[in-house]
Design a protein around this ligand. Structure first.
Ligand code: HEC
Length: 186
């Protein structure tokens, strides 16, 4: 038998019916690594899942990203959240309303603008570049400039449809288009 192995310093004092356990501790760096992962997992769990309302959990991250995306699309998150992606049905309804509600009287059959109202097909907007800005103009109007407020004549859904129609016509380049007014929107 290897006398070296019988030397006490190679054995722990665990002795099971004469079967001895070798004393073979893991090196300190492995131990520290192991303890380190435990410490890290505690920090991670508390920081990302446990600590209430620190905004780092998945639901908060999701909401933050949605709000960010909403801002980029020009939406007021939670308020006009349906104002940007318009369905074909909305655009068709908007087209009908544009005619029926007399928008054509001041903005023209093809939205080209006339002596009263501005061209709605160019990239120039007087009241802001975002769909939400258009919704606001149609709702509140610009009474001192002759744009009628439609919030009592159209539902919010109808106003969104009509804005969807206007946006769908943007860039259509109709004949007799009125000269640009307002600022150019990219
Ligand atoms: C009586 C005339 C009149 C009618 C009717 C009218 N508008 Fe206007 N509209 C205007 C005028 C004038 C302006 C420009 C306001 C200004 O210079 O600030 C305008 C501005 C707008 C703008 C903002 C344009 C911009 O450059 O920011 C939108 C959008 C708009 N109208 C949509 C509509 C819609 C939709 C309807 C029908 C539901 C409608 N308008 C009906 C006269 C009218």
């Amino acid at each position: 038998m290897n006398t070296k192995l019988q030397d006490d310093k190679y054995f722990s004092d665990h002795d099971y019916d004469g079967i001895k356990e070798l004393n073979n501790p893991s090196p300190y760096w492995v131990l520290f690594l192991f303890l380190g992962t435990i410490a890290f997992s505690l920090f991670y769990a508390v920081h990302y899942f446990g600590y209430p309302n620190n905004g780092r959990d998945q639901v908060s991250e999701y909401n933050k990203q949605m709000a960010e995306a909403g801002k980029q699309l020009g939406q007021n998150p939670g308020e006009l959240s349906a104002a940007v992606i318009f369905t074909k049905e909305q655009v068709a309804e908007g087209s009908k309303l544009f005619l029926e509600k007399g928008c054509i009287a001041c903005h023209g059959m093809k939205l080209e603008g006339n002596a009263i109202g501005p061209n709605l097909t160019d990239k120039f907007w007087i009241h802001g570049c975002k769909p939400a800005d258009l919704v606001k103009v149609v709702m509140e109007g610009v009474p001192e400039k002759g744009m009628v407020p439609f919030k009592t004549m159209l539902t919010e859904a109808q106003i969104k449809s009509v804005v969807g129609y206007i946006l769908s016509m943007n860039g259509s380049n109709p004949p007799n288009a009125k000269a640009p007014q307002g600022v150019e929107c990219k």
